[in-house]
Design a protein around this ligand. Structure first.
Ligand code: F6R
Length: 611
Protein backbone atom coordinates (compact mmCIF):
# COMPACT_ATOMS: atom_id res chain seq x y z
CA UNK A 1 0.00 0.00 0.00
CA UNK A 2 1.69 3.11 -1.30
CA UNK A 3 5.24 3.05 -2.54
CA UNK A 4 7.85 5.50 -1.34
CA UNK A 5 11.24 6.35 -2.80
CA UNK A 6 13.76 8.98 -1.72
CA UNK A 7 17.30 9.90 -2.69
CA UNK A 8 20.11 12.06 -1.36
CA UNK A 9 23.59 12.23 -2.84
CA UNK A 10 25.59 13.51 -5.81
CA UNK A 11 23.29 12.41 -8.66
CA UNK A 12 20.13 13.94 -10.04
CA UNK A 13 17.39 12.69 -7.74
CA UNK A 14 14.43 12.87 -10.14
CA UNK A 15 15.34 10.07 -12.61
CA UNK A 16 16.20 7.73 -9.71
CA UNK A 17 12.91 8.50 -7.97
CA UNK A 18 10.83 8.18 -11.13
CA UNK A 19 12.32 4.80 -12.01
CA UNK A 20 11.86 3.67 -8.43
CA UNK A 21 8.20 4.73 -8.44
CA UNK A 22 7.61 2.68 -11.58
CA UNK A 23 9.06 -0.36 -9.82
CA UNK A 24 6.90 0.26 -6.77
CA UNK A 25 3.72 0.94 -8.68
CA UNK A 26 2.43 -2.51 -7.73
CA UNK A 27 1.97 -1.10 -4.20
CA UNK A 28 -0.58 1.50 -5.29
CA UNK A 29 -1.26 3.38 -8.47
CA UNK A 30 -4.02 5.93 -8.15
CA UNK A 31 -1.78 9.00 -8.00
CA UNK A 32 1.91 9.85 -7.82
CA UNK A 33 4.17 12.75 -6.95
CA UNK A 34 7.68 14.01 -6.25
CA UNK A 35 9.21 16.80 -4.20
CA UNK A 36 12.63 18.20 -5.10
CA UNK A 37 14.68 21.07 -3.71
CA UNK A 38 16.26 23.74 -5.89
CA UNK A 39 16.16 27.13 -4.17
CA UNK A 40 12.96 26.09 -2.47
CA UNK A 41 10.60 23.16 -2.86
CA UNK A 42 9.38 21.98 -6.26
CA UNK A 43 6.44 19.63 -5.80
CA UNK A 44 4.73 17.88 -8.71
CA UNK A 45 1.78 15.53 -8.22
CA UNK A 46 -0.79 13.96 -10.46
CA UNK A 47 -3.80 11.70 -10.22
CA UNK A 48 -3.25 8.46 -12.15
CA UNK A 49 -0.25 6.33 -12.96
CA UNK A 50 3.42 7.30 -12.61
CA UNK A 51 3.57 7.66 -16.41
CA UNK A 52 1.01 10.48 -16.16
CA UNK A 53 3.15 12.25 -13.57
CA UNK A 54 6.14 11.82 -15.89
CA UNK A 55 4.27 13.44 -18.77
CA UNK A 56 3.04 16.30 -16.62
CA UNK A 57 6.52 17.41 -15.50
CA UNK A 58 8.05 17.78 -18.96
CA UNK A 59 9.77 21.19 -19.12
CA UNK A 60 9.58 21.76 -15.35
CA UNK A 61 12.52 22.41 -13.03
CA UNK A 62 13.59 18.91 -12.02
CA UNK A 63 17.12 19.69 -10.86
CA UNK A 64 17.91 18.47 -7.35
CA UNK A 65 20.28 16.13 -5.53
CA UNK A 66 17.64 15.34 -2.94
CA UNK A 67 14.06 14.25 -3.43
CA UNK A 68 11.11 12.19 -2.26
CA UNK A 69 8.52 10.37 -4.38
CA UNK A 70 5.29 8.51 -3.74
CA UNK A 71 2.82 6.31 -5.57
CA UNK A 72 -0.50 6.13 -3.74
CA UNK A 73 -3.21 3.65 -2.80
CA UNK A 74 -5.88 5.94 -1.38
CA UNK A 75 -7.06 5.58 2.20
CA UNK A 76 -8.06 9.07 3.38
CA UNK A 77 -9.41 11.11 0.51
CA UNK A 78 -10.25 10.09 -3.05
CA UNK A 79 -7.51 9.74 -5.67
CA UNK A 80 -6.89 13.30 -6.93
CA UNK A 81 -4.04 15.72 -7.58
CA UNK A 82 -4.56 17.47 -4.27
CA UNK A 83 -4.65 14.26 -2.20
CA UNK A 84 -1.55 12.89 -3.93
CA UNK A 85 1.73 12.93 -1.98
CA UNK A 86 4.11 14.65 -1.26
CA UNK A 87 2.24 17.08 0.96
CA UNK A 88 3.65 20.46 1.88
CA UNK A 89 3.39 22.00 5.36
CA UNK A 90 1.50 25.21 5.96
CA UNK A 91 4.71 27.27 6.11
CA UNK A 92 5.70 25.88 2.71
CA UNK A 93 9.06 24.59 3.93
CA UNK A 94 8.50 20.90 4.64
CA UNK A 95 7.43 18.17 2.23
CA UNK A 96 6.45 14.68 3.33
CA UNK A 97 5.46 11.28 1.92
CA UNK A 98 3.67 8.66 3.98
CA UNK A 99 2.72 5.01 3.72
CA UNK A 100 0.23 3.88 6.36
CA UNK A 101 -2.63 5.34 8.35
CA UNK A 102 -2.63 7.86 11.19
CA UNK A 103 -5.58 6.65 13.25
CA UNK A 104 -5.96 9.68 15.54
CA UNK A 105 -5.71 12.18 12.69
CA UNK A 106 -9.25 13.53 13.20
CA UNK A 107 -8.50 14.83 16.71
CA UNK A 108 -5.12 16.20 15.63
CA UNK A 109 -6.77 17.94 12.70
CA UNK A 110 -9.40 19.54 14.94
CA UNK A 111 -6.69 20.84 17.31
CA UNK A 112 -4.71 22.27 14.39
CA UNK A 113 -7.80 23.85 12.84
CA UNK A 114 -8.51 25.53 16.18
CA UNK A 115 -5.04 27.02 15.91
CA UNK A 116 -5.87 28.38 12.46
CA UNK A 117 -4.39 25.68 10.23
CA UNK A 118 -6.10 25.19 6.90
CA UNK A 119 -5.83 22.00 4.92
CA UNK A 120 -5.38 21.60 1.20
CA UNK A 121 -6.14 17.86 1.12
CA UNK A 122 -8.34 15.28 2.84
CA UNK A 123 -5.39 13.18 3.94
CA UNK A 124 -4.19 12.07 7.34
CA UNK A 125 -0.67 12.73 6.00
CA UNK A 126 -1.11 16.48 5.72
CA UNK A 127 -2.43 16.49 9.31
CA UNK A 128 0.67 14.71 10.59
CA UNK A 129 2.92 17.02 8.62
CA UNK A 130 1.34 20.17 10.03
CA UNK A 131 1.37 18.63 13.48
CA UNK A 132 5.15 18.25 13.12
CA UNK A 133 5.46 21.79 11.81
CA UNK A 134 3.40 23.11 14.73
CA UNK A 135 5.57 21.29 17.28
CA UNK A 136 8.71 22.66 15.62
CA UNK A 137 7.35 26.20 15.74
CA UNK A 138 6.16 26.00 19.35
CA UNK A 139 9.29 24.34 20.70
CA UNK A 140 11.78 26.15 18.45
CA UNK A 141 13.43 22.78 17.90
CA UNK A 142 14.97 20.88 15.02
CA UNK A 143 12.82 18.94 12.59
CA UNK A 144 14.24 15.71 13.99
CA UNK A 145 13.19 16.64 17.53
CA UNK A 146 9.75 17.75 16.37
CA UNK A 147 9.30 14.47 14.53
CA UNK A 148 10.24 12.46 17.60
CA UNK A 149 7.74 14.35 19.74
CA UNK A 150 5.01 14.00 17.11
CA UNK A 151 5.50 10.27 16.66
CA UNK A 152 5.06 9.65 20.36
CA UNK A 153 1.60 11.19 20.07
CA UNK A 154 0.29 9.52 16.92
CA UNK A 155 -1.33 6.12 16.71
CA UNK A 156 -1.39 4.04 13.57
CA UNK A 157 1.13 2.81 11.07
CA UNK A 158 3.59 4.76 9.04
CA UNK A 159 6.67 5.11 7.04
CA UNK A 160 7.29 8.80 6.53
CA UNK A 161 10.06 10.66 4.78
CA UNK A 162 10.55 14.41 5.17
CA UNK A 163 12.60 17.06 3.47
CA UNK A 164 13.12 20.61 4.61
CA UNK A 165 13.68 23.24 1.89
CA UNK A 166 16.02 25.09 4.25
CA UNK A 167 18.17 22.00 4.89
CA UNK A 168 18.54 20.35 1.50
CA UNK A 169 21.41 18.22 2.78
CA UNK A 170 19.23 15.99 4.98
CA UNK A 171 16.44 13.43 4.60
CA UNK A 172 14.59 12.26 7.69
CA UNK A 173 12.57 9.06 7.80
CA UNK A 174 10.71 7.04 10.41
CA UNK A 175 8.95 3.73 10.49
CA UNK A 176 6.27 1.94 12.44
CA UNK A 177 4.40 -0.94 10.88
CA UNK A 178 5.17 -0.29 7.20
CA UNK A 179 8.32 -1.38 5.40
CA UNK A 180 11.40 0.80 4.85
CA UNK A 181 14.75 -0.10 3.33
CA UNK A 182 17.80 2.17 3.12
CA UNK A 183 20.32 1.63 0.32
CA UNK A 184 23.84 2.61 1.30
CA UNK A 185 25.88 3.90 -1.64
CA UNK A 186 29.16 5.78 -1.98
CA UNK A 187 28.34 9.32 -0.88
CA UNK A 188 24.63 8.69 -1.45
CA UNK A 189 21.63 7.07 0.20
CA UNK A 190 18.39 5.64 -1.13
CA UNK A 191 15.15 4.98 0.70
CA UNK A 192 12.32 2.80 -0.53
CA UNK A 193 9.41 0.57 0.47
CA UNK A 194 11.32 -2.42 -0.86
CA UNK A 195 14.70 -3.03 -2.41
CA UNK A 196 13.57 -2.93 -6.06
CA UNK A 197 14.31 0.80 -6.63
CA UNK A 198 17.72 0.36 -4.95
CA UNK A 199 19.39 -2.75 -6.42
CA UNK A 200 20.57 -0.99 -9.52
CA UNK A 201 22.77 1.34 -7.45
CA UNK A 202 23.89 -0.63 -4.41
CA UNK A 203 23.52 -4.05 -2.83
CA UNK A 204 24.16 -2.80 0.71
CA UNK A 205 20.96 -2.22 2.60
CA UNK A 206 19.67 -1.52 6.08
CA UNK A 207 16.15 -2.60 7.04
CA UNK A 208 14.71 0.02 9.39
CA UNK A 209 12.78 -1.36 12.38
CA UNK A 210 9.62 -0.07 14.01
CA UNK A 211 10.06 3.04 16.17
CA UNK A 212 13.34 3.94 14.48
CA UNK A 213 14.33 7.22 12.86
CA UNK A 214 16.88 7.54 10.06
CA UNK A 215 18.72 10.79 9.41
CA UNK A 216 20.41 10.63 6.04
CA UNK A 217 22.98 12.82 4.38
CA UNK A 218 25.04 11.97 1.31
CA UNK A 219 27.84 10.47 3.35
CA UNK A 220 26.15 9.88 6.68
CA UNK A 221 23.52 7.50 7.98
CA UNK A 222 22.33 7.98 11.55
CA UNK A 223 19.83 5.56 13.03
CA UNK A 224 18.09 6.41 16.30
CA UNK A 225 15.20 5.19 18.39
CA UNK A 226 12.39 7.46 19.50
CA UNK A 227 14.28 7.99 22.76
CA UNK A 228 17.05 9.73 20.74
CA UNK A 229 19.58 6.95 21.36
CA UNK A 230 21.88 6.16 18.46
CA UNK A 231 21.68 2.64 17.06
CA UNK A 232 24.24 0.77 14.98
CA UNK A 233 22.87 0.23 11.46
CA UNK A 234 23.05 -3.43 10.47
CA UNK A 235 24.16 -3.42 6.84
CA UNK A 236 23.06 -6.50 4.88
CA UNK A 237 23.90 -7.68 1.36
CA UNK A 238 20.94 -7.85 -1.00
CA UNK A 239 20.40 -11.20 -2.63
CA UNK A 240 18.41 -9.91 -5.59
CA UNK A 241 19.18 -9.45 -9.27
CA UNK A 242 17.78 -6.75 -11.53
CA UNK A 243 16.42 -9.34 -14.01
CA UNK A 244 14.16 -10.71 -11.29
CA UNK A 245 12.16 -7.47 -11.17
CA UNK A 246 11.90 -6.88 -14.92
CA UNK A 247 9.36 -8.32 -17.36
CA UNK A 248 11.95 -10.19 -19.40
CA UNK A 249 10.01 -10.19 -22.69
CA UNK A 250 6.60 -11.11 -21.24
CA UNK A 251 3.62 -8.80 -21.79
CA UNK A 252 2.84 -8.71 -18.09
CA UNK A 253 4.49 -9.59 -14.80
CA UNK A 254 1.56 -11.89 -14.03
CA UNK A 255 2.25 -14.00 -17.12
CA UNK A 256 5.99 -14.03 -16.42
CA UNK A 257 5.34 -15.15 -12.86
CA UNK A 258 2.94 -17.91 -13.93
CA UNK A 259 5.54 -19.18 -16.39
CA UNK A 260 8.30 -19.00 -13.79
CA UNK A 261 6.59 -21.63 -11.65
CA UNK A 262 8.56 -24.68 -12.83
CA UNK A 263 11.70 -22.78 -11.75
CA UNK A 264 10.31 -21.25 -8.57
CA UNK A 265 8.96 -24.60 -7.38
CA UNK A 266 12.33 -26.15 -8.21
CA UNK A 267 14.12 -23.37 -6.29
CA UNK A 268 11.83 -23.94 -3.36
CA UNK A 269 12.70 -27.65 -3.30
CA UNK A 270 16.39 -27.16 -4.09
CA UNK A 271 18.76 -27.95 -1.25
CA UNK A 272 15.85 -29.18 0.85
CA UNK A 273 14.29 -32.20 -0.77
CA UNK A 274 16.37 -35.24 -1.64
CA UNK A 275 13.94 -37.85 -2.93
CA UNK A 276 16.68 -40.44 -3.42
CA UNK A 277 18.08 -40.13 0.08
CA UNK A 278 14.57 -39.71 1.49
CA UNK A 279 15.38 -36.48 3.34
CA UNK A 280 13.94 -32.99 3.73
CA UNK A 281 16.37 -30.43 5.11
CA UNK A 282 14.70 -27.40 6.65
CA UNK A 283 16.60 -25.88 9.53
CA UNK A 284 13.66 -23.72 10.61
CA UNK A 285 11.55 -26.85 11.09
CA UNK A 286 14.40 -28.90 12.52
CA UNK A 287 15.07 -26.34 15.27
CA UNK A 288 11.44 -26.47 16.39
CA UNK A 289 10.69 -30.08 15.45
CA UNK A 290 9.86 -31.18 18.99
CA UNK A 291 7.36 -28.36 19.44
CA UNK A 292 5.84 -29.03 16.01
CA UNK A 293 5.55 -32.78 16.53
CA UNK A 294 3.98 -32.34 19.95
CA UNK A 295 1.77 -29.38 19.07
CA UNK A 296 -1.76 -30.00 20.40
CA UNK A 297 -3.01 -27.76 17.61
CA UNK A 298 -1.73 -25.75 14.68
CA UNK A 299 -3.40 -22.43 13.86
CA UNK A 300 -2.76 -21.06 10.39
CA UNK A 301 -3.10 -17.30 10.00
CA UNK A 302 -3.12 -15.55 6.64
CA UNK A 303 -5.11 -13.39 4.22
CA UNK A 304 -6.32 -13.79 0.64
CA UNK A 305 -4.40 -16.19 -1.53
CA UNK A 306 -2.07 -17.06 1.34
CA UNK A 307 -5.17 -18.05 3.34
CA UNK A 308 -6.09 -20.43 0.52
CA UNK A 309 -2.64 -22.01 0.80
CA UNK A 310 -3.39 -22.40 4.50
CA UNK A 311 -6.63 -24.22 3.70
CA UNK A 312 -4.79 -26.72 1.51
CA UNK A 313 -2.30 -27.17 4.36
CA UNK A 314 -5.15 -27.93 6.76
CA UNK A 315 -6.08 -30.97 4.67
CA UNK A 316 -2.45 -32.03 4.24
CA UNK A 317 -1.32 -31.58 7.86
CA UNK A 318 -4.38 -33.25 9.35
CA UNK A 319 -4.02 -36.18 6.93
CA UNK A 320 -0.28 -36.67 7.34
CA UNK A 321 0.45 -35.46 10.87
CA UNK A 322 -2.87 -36.09 12.63
CA UNK A 323 -2.63 -32.70 14.34
CA UNK A 324 -5.80 -30.60 14.46
CA UNK A 325 -5.48 -27.51 12.28
CA UNK A 326 -7.52 -24.32 12.27
CA UNK A 327 -7.21 -21.82 9.46
CA UNK A 328 -7.99 -18.25 10.39
CA UNK A 329 -8.40 -15.01 8.50
CA UNK A 330 -5.83 -12.77 10.20
CA UNK A 331 -8.29 -9.87 10.11
CA UNK A 332 -10.87 -11.84 12.14
CA UNK A 333 -8.41 -13.53 14.47
CA UNK A 334 -6.87 -10.22 15.57
CA UNK A 335 -10.17 -8.74 16.74
CA UNK A 336 -11.64 -11.88 18.32
CA UNK A 337 -10.61 -13.02 21.73
CA UNK A 338 -8.89 -16.10 20.29
CA UNK A 339 -8.02 -19.04 22.47
CA UNK A 340 -4.36 -19.91 22.09
CA UNK A 341 -3.22 -22.70 24.39
CA UNK A 342 0.24 -23.60 25.63
CA UNK A 343 2.15 -25.45 22.94
CA UNK A 344 -0.06 -24.28 20.06
CA UNK A 345 1.93 -23.45 16.96
CA UNK A 346 0.93 -20.57 14.70
CA UNK A 347 1.87 -20.90 11.06
CA UNK A 348 1.71 -17.44 9.50
CA UNK A 349 1.68 -17.40 5.70
CA UNK A 350 2.42 -14.22 3.78
CA UNK A 351 4.05 -13.52 0.45
CA UNK A 352 5.00 -9.95 1.31
CA UNK A 353 5.62 -10.49 5.01
CA UNK A 354 4.12 -7.03 5.50
CA UNK A 355 0.35 -7.64 5.65
CA UNK A 356 -0.90 -5.48 8.53
CA UNK A 357 -3.65 -7.85 9.69
CA UNK A 358 -1.31 -10.83 9.71
CA UNK A 359 1.32 -8.92 11.68
CA UNK A 360 -1.13 -7.89 14.40
CA UNK A 361 -2.66 -11.37 14.57
CA UNK A 362 0.81 -12.83 15.09
CA UNK A 363 1.57 -10.33 17.83
CA UNK A 364 -1.67 -11.24 19.56
CA UNK A 365 -0.88 -14.97 19.45
CA UNK A 366 2.69 -14.33 20.54
CA UNK A 367 1.46 -12.47 23.65
CA UNK A 368 -0.38 -15.67 24.59
CA UNK A 369 2.78 -17.75 24.33
CA UNK A 370 2.37 -19.33 20.89
CA UNK A 371 5.32 -20.34 18.74
CA UNK A 372 5.26 -18.43 15.45
CA UNK A 373 6.41 -20.21 12.32
CA UNK A 374 6.49 -17.89 9.27
CA UNK A 375 6.14 -19.04 5.68
CA UNK A 376 7.26 -16.00 3.75
CA UNK A 377 8.62 -14.94 0.41
CA UNK A 378 10.32 -11.67 1.24
CA UNK A 379 13.58 -12.07 3.13
CA UNK A 380 13.96 -9.64 6.03
CA UNK A 381 10.27 -8.66 5.94
CA UNK A 382 8.43 -7.57 9.09
CA UNK A 383 6.86 -10.99 9.69
CA UNK A 384 10.23 -12.70 9.21
CA UNK A 385 11.52 -10.56 12.02
CA UNK A 386 8.74 -11.29 14.49
CA UNK A 387 8.59 -15.06 13.84
CA UNK A 388 10.45 -17.54 16.04
CA UNK A 389 11.28 -19.72 13.07
CA UNK A 390 10.15 -20.30 9.53
CA UNK A 391 10.88 -21.21 5.96
CA UNK A 392 11.20 -18.96 2.95
CA UNK A 393 9.38 -19.84 -0.26
CA UNK A 394 12.22 -18.59 -2.51
CA UNK A 395 9.81 -17.65 -5.32
CA UNK A 396 11.66 -14.41 -6.10
CA UNK A 397 10.00 -10.99 -6.25
CA UNK A 398 6.31 -11.21 -7.12
CA UNK A 399 5.32 -7.98 -8.83
CA UNK A 400 1.99 -8.74 -10.53
CA UNK A 401 -0.65 -7.77 -7.99
CA UNK A 402 -2.32 -11.18 -8.18
CA UNK A 403 -0.35 -13.81 -6.31
CA UNK A 404 0.60 -16.79 -8.47
CA UNK A 405 4.10 -18.20 -8.08
CA UNK A 406 4.16 -17.33 -4.37
CA UNK A 407 1.04 -19.45 -3.89
CA UNK A 408 2.49 -22.61 -5.45
CA UNK A 409 5.73 -22.10 -3.50
CA UNK A 410 3.70 -21.75 -0.29
CA UNK A 411 2.01 -25.09 -1.06
CA UNK A 412 5.39 -26.73 -1.63
CA UNK A 413 6.85 -25.41 1.64
CA UNK A 414 3.75 -26.32 3.64
CA UNK A 415 3.79 -29.85 2.23
CA UNK A 416 7.48 -30.26 3.09
CA UNK A 417 6.81 -29.00 6.62
CA UNK A 418 3.93 -31.48 6.98
CA UNK A 419 6.08 -34.32 5.67
CA UNK A 420 8.91 -33.49 8.03
CA UNK A 421 6.59 -33.44 11.02
CA UNK A 422 4.81 -36.62 9.91
CA UNK A 423 8.08 -38.47 9.38
CA UNK A 424 9.41 -37.47 12.79
CA UNK A 425 6.07 -38.33 14.37
CA UNK A 426 5.85 -41.59 12.44
CA UNK A 427 2.26 -40.75 11.61
CA UNK A 428 2.72 -41.89 8.00
CA UNK A 429 4.21 -45.02 6.50
CA UNK A 430 7.71 -44.97 5.03
CA UNK A 431 6.12 -45.94 1.75
CA UNK A 432 3.81 -42.92 1.63
CA UNK A 433 6.67 -40.67 2.78
CA UNK A 434 8.90 -41.84 -0.11
CA UNK A 435 6.03 -41.64 -2.61
CA UNK A 436 5.31 -38.04 -1.65
CA UNK A 437 8.97 -37.04 -1.79
CA UNK A 438 9.14 -38.46 -5.29
CA UNK A 439 5.87 -36.75 -6.25
CA UNK A 440 7.15 -33.40 -4.97
CA UNK A 441 10.35 -33.86 -6.92
CA UNK A 442 8.27 -34.29 -10.09
CA UNK A 443 6.15 -31.16 -9.64
CA UNK A 444 8.44 -28.70 -11.51
CA UNK A 445 8.49 -30.98 -14.58
CA UNK A 446 4.72 -31.43 -14.50
CA UNK A 447 4.19 -27.67 -14.13
CA UNK A 448 6.39 -27.19 -17.21
CA UNK A 449 4.19 -29.66 -19.12
CA UNK A 450 1.08 -27.57 -18.36
CA UNK A 451 2.84 -24.43 -19.56
CA UNK A 452 4.19 -25.99 -22.78
CA UNK A 453 0.99 -25.24 -24.65
CA UNK A 454 -1.51 -22.81 -23.20
CA UNK A 455 -3.51 -22.16 -26.37
CA UNK A 456 -6.46 -24.28 -25.28
CA UNK A 457 -6.74 -22.31 -22.03
CA UNK A 458 -6.53 -19.02 -23.92
CA UNK A 459 -9.37 -20.14 -26.20
CA UNK A 460 -11.53 -21.09 -23.20
CA UNK A 461 -10.86 -17.65 -21.66
CA UNK A 462 -11.91 -15.95 -24.89
CA UNK A 463 -15.04 -18.12 -25.14
CA UNK A 464 -16.30 -17.25 -21.64
CA UNK A 465 -14.87 -13.74 -21.28
CA UNK A 466 -18.29 -12.07 -21.35
CA UNK A 467 -19.87 -14.23 -18.64
CA UNK A 468 -21.36 -12.16 -15.86
CA UNK A 469 -20.89 -14.80 -13.17
CA UNK A 470 -18.81 -17.87 -12.52
CA UNK A 471 -18.93 -20.62 -9.94
CA UNK A 472 -15.80 -22.57 -8.97
CA UNK A 473 -16.28 -25.96 -7.38
CA UNK A 474 -13.92 -28.53 -5.91
CA UNK A 475 -13.70 -31.04 -3.10
CA UNK A 476 -11.00 -32.06 -0.65
CA UNK A 477 -7.55 -30.79 -1.54
CA UNK A 478 -9.04 -29.08 -4.57
CA UNK A 479 -11.71 -27.15 -2.66
CA UNK A 480 -9.24 -24.35 -1.72
CA UNK A 481 -8.10 -24.35 -5.35
CA UNK A 482 -11.70 -23.60 -6.37
CA UNK A 483 -11.63 -20.65 -3.96
CA UNK A 484 -8.30 -19.50 -5.37
CA UNK A 485 -9.53 -19.86 -8.98
CA UNK A 486 -12.56 -17.69 -8.16
CA UNK A 487 -10.42 -15.07 -6.41
CA UNK A 488 -8.02 -14.90 -9.38
CA UNK A 489 -10.87 -14.49 -11.85
CA UNK A 490 -12.66 -11.76 -9.91
CA UNK A 491 -9.56 -9.67 -9.22
CA UNK A 492 -8.11 -9.90 -12.72
CA UNK A 493 -11.22 -9.89 -14.94
CA UNK A 494 -13.82 -8.23 -12.63
CA UNK A 495 -16.21 -11.10 -13.39
CA UNK A 496 -18.19 -11.99 -10.30
CA UNK A 497 -16.96 -15.42 -9.20
CA UNK A 498 -17.60 -17.60 -6.16
CA UNK A 499 -15.73 -20.65 -4.94
CA UNK A 500 -17.59 -23.40 -3.11
CA UNK A 501 -17.10 -26.97 -1.93
CA UNK A 502 -18.75 -28.90 -4.76
CA UNK A 503 -21.18 -30.76 -2.51
CA UNK A 504 -22.24 -27.59 -0.73
CA UNK A 505 -23.61 -26.28 -4.04
CA UNK A 506 -26.88 -28.15 -3.42
CA UNK A 507 -27.44 -26.08 -0.30
CA UNK A 508 -27.97 -22.83 -2.15
CA UNK A 509 -25.76 -21.84 -5.09
CA UNK A 510 -27.40 -24.39 -7.40
CA UNK A 511 -30.27 -21.88 -7.65
CA UNK A 512 -27.94 -19.76 -9.79
CA UNK A 513 -27.38 -22.44 -12.41
CA UNK A 514 -28.80 -21.86 -15.87
CA UNK A 515 -27.39 -21.86 -19.40
CA UNK A 516 -25.61 -18.56 -18.82
CA UNK A 517 -23.56 -19.66 -15.79
CA UNK A 518 -19.96 -20.84 -16.24
CA UNK A 519 -19.14 -23.50 -13.66
CA UNK A 520 -15.48 -24.35 -13.25
CA UNK A 521 -14.71 -27.71 -11.66
CA UNK A 522 -11.36 -28.72 -10.25
CA UNK A 523 -11.83 -32.40 -10.90
CA UNK A 524 -8.50 -34.19 -10.87
CA UNK A 525 -8.24 -37.93 -10.14
CA UNK A 526 -8.37 -38.21 -6.35
CA UNK A 527 -10.37 -39.70 -3.49
CA UNK A 528 -13.28 -37.41 -4.27
CA UNK A 529 -13.30 -37.95 -8.03
CA UNK A 530 -16.50 -40.03 -8.32
CA UNK A 531 -18.37 -37.56 -6.12
CA UNK A 532 -17.22 -34.63 -8.24
CA UNK A 533 -18.38 -36.43 -11.39
CA UNK A 534 -21.86 -36.63 -9.82
CA UNK A 535 -21.71 -32.89 -9.06
CA UNK A 536 -20.84 -32.21 -12.71
CA UNK A 537 -23.90 -34.21 -13.75
CA UNK A 538 -26.04 -32.10 -11.46
CA UNK A 539 -24.84 -28.92 -13.17
CA UNK A 540 -25.25 -30.38 -16.65
CA UNK A 541 -28.81 -31.46 -15.82
CA UNK A 542 -29.56 -27.78 -15.22
CA UNK A 543 -27.87 -26.65 -18.43
CA UNK A 544 -24.93 -24.91 -16.74
CA UNK A 545 -21.70 -24.61 -18.73
CA UNK A 546 -19.06 -26.94 -17.29
CA UNK A 547 -15.37 -26.19 -17.68
CA UNK A 548 -13.17 -28.66 -15.83
CA UNK A 549 -9.54 -29.04 -14.83
CA UNK A 550 -8.96 -32.78 -15.24
CA UNK A 551 -6.10 -35.27 -15.05
CA UNK A 552 -4.45 -36.56 -18.17
CA UNK A 553 -6.09 -39.80 -19.33
CA UNK A 554 -9.48 -39.00 -17.78
CA UNK A 555 -12.06 -40.24 -20.24
CA UNK A 556 -15.17 -39.69 -18.14
CA UNK A 557 -15.37 -35.95 -17.66
CA UNK A 558 -14.25 -34.94 -21.17
CA UNK A 559 -17.49 -36.01 -22.90
CA UNK A 560 -19.62 -34.44 -20.15
CA UNK A 561 -17.89 -31.07 -19.96
CA UNK A 562 -18.15 -28.17 -22.39
CA UNK A 563 -14.41 -27.56 -22.11
CA UNK A 564 -11.49 -29.12 -20.26
CA UNK A 565 -8.02 -28.09 -19.15
CA UNK A 566 -5.71 -31.06 -18.77
CA UNK A 567 -2.91 -31.44 -16.23
CA UNK A 568 -0.53 -34.37 -15.65
CA UNK A 569 -1.65 -36.97 -13.12
CA UNK A 570 -0.28 -36.45 -9.63
CA UNK A 571 -0.83 -37.67 -6.08
CA UNK A 572 -3.80 -35.82 -4.57
CA UNK A 573 -1.59 -34.13 -1.97
CA UNK A 574 0.57 -32.43 -4.59
CA UNK A 575 -2.20 -32.01 -7.22
CA UNK A 576 -3.21 -28.49 -5.99
CA UNK A 577 0.27 -27.22 -6.96
CA UNK A 578 -0.65 -28.14 -10.52
CA UNK A 579 -4.43 -27.76 -10.72
CA UNK A 580 -4.18 -24.07 -9.83
CA UNK A 581 -1.94 -23.26 -12.83
CA UNK A 582 -4.64 -23.52 -15.57
CA UNK A 583 -6.91 -21.38 -13.38
CA UNK A 584 -4.22 -18.71 -13.02
CA UNK A 585 -3.78 -18.71 -16.80
CA UNK A 586 -7.52 -18.63 -17.37
CA UNK A 587 -7.95 -15.49 -15.29
CA UNK A 588 -4.90 -13.90 -16.93
CA UNK A 589 -6.19 -14.54 -20.46
CA UNK A 590 -9.73 -13.48 -19.48
CA UNK A 591 -8.42 -10.17 -18.11
CA UNK A 592 -6.36 -9.58 -21.26
CA UNK A 593 -9.33 -10.49 -23.50
CA UNK A 594 -11.43 -7.95 -21.60
CA UNK A 595 -8.76 -5.30 -22.22
CA UNK A 596 -7.83 -4.88 -18.54
CA UNK A 597 -4.58 -4.01 -16.83
CA UNK A 598 -3.93 -7.43 -15.32
CA UNK A 599 -0.81 -6.37 -13.42
CA UNK A 600 -2.60 -3.52 -11.70
CA UNK A 601 -6.27 -4.40 -11.19
CA UNK A 602 -8.47 -1.55 -10.03
CA UNK A 603 -8.65 -0.75 -6.31
CA UNK A 604 -6.00 -3.31 -5.40
CA UNK A 605 -2.43 -3.08 -4.22
CA UNK A 606 0.18 -5.73 -3.71
CA UNK A 607 1.19 -5.28 -0.14
CA UNK A 608 -1.72 -4.59 2.20
CA UNK A 609 -0.08 -2.61 4.96
CA UNK A 610 -3.30 -1.06 6.22
CA UNK A 611 -5.97 -3.00 8.07
C1 F6R B 1 -4.58 -12.21 -4.36
C2 F6R B 1 -3.57 -11.67 -3.47
C3 F6R B 1 -3.98 -11.30 -2.09
C4 F6R B 1 -2.86 -11.63 -1.10
C5 F6R B 1 -3.21 -11.11 0.30
C6 F6R B 1 -2.19 -11.52 1.34
O1 F6R B 1 -4.05 -12.51 -5.61
O2 F6R B 1 -2.45 -11.50 -3.84
O3 F6R B 1 -5.17 -11.90 -1.72
O4 F6R B 1 -2.67 -13.01 -1.08
O5 F6R B 1 -3.31 -9.73 0.27
O6 F6R B 1 -0.93 -11.02 1.04
P1 F6R B 1 0.38 -11.61 1.68
O7 F6R B 1 0.53 -13.00 1.22
O8 F6R B 1 1.48 -10.72 1.18
O9 F6R B 1 0.22 -11.54 3.17
Amino acid sequence: MCGIVAYIGHREAYPIILKGLKRLEYRGYDSAGVALVNNGLNVYKKKGRVAELEESVVGKDLHSNIGIGHTRWATHGEPSDRNAHPHVSANGKLAMIHNGIIENYAQLKKDLQNKGYQFKSDTDTEVLLNFIEDIQRNNQCTLEEALRIALKRVTGAYVIVLIDAEHPDTLIAARKGSPLVIGVGKGEHFLASDASPIIEYTKEVVYVNDYELAILRGDELILKNLGNEKLTPYIQKLDLELAAIEKGGYDHFMLKEIFEQPDTIFDCLRGRLDATAGTITMSGVQNYLEQLVNAPRIIIIACGTSWHAGLVAEYVIEELCRIPVEVEYASEFRYRNPIVRKGDVIIAISQSGETADTIVAIEKAKEQGAIIFGILNVVGSSIARISHAGAYTHAGPEIGVASTKAFTAQLVVLTMVALKIAHAKKSISEELYSTLLKELHEVPGKAATILKDTDAIKKIAEKYKDAANALYLGRGYNFPIALEGALKLKEISYIHAEGYPAAEMKHGPIALVDASLSVYFVATKDTYYEKVVSNIQEIKARKGKVIAVISEGDETIGPMADDVMIIPEAHEIVAPMLSVIPLQLLSYYTGVARGLDVDKPRNLAKSVTVE
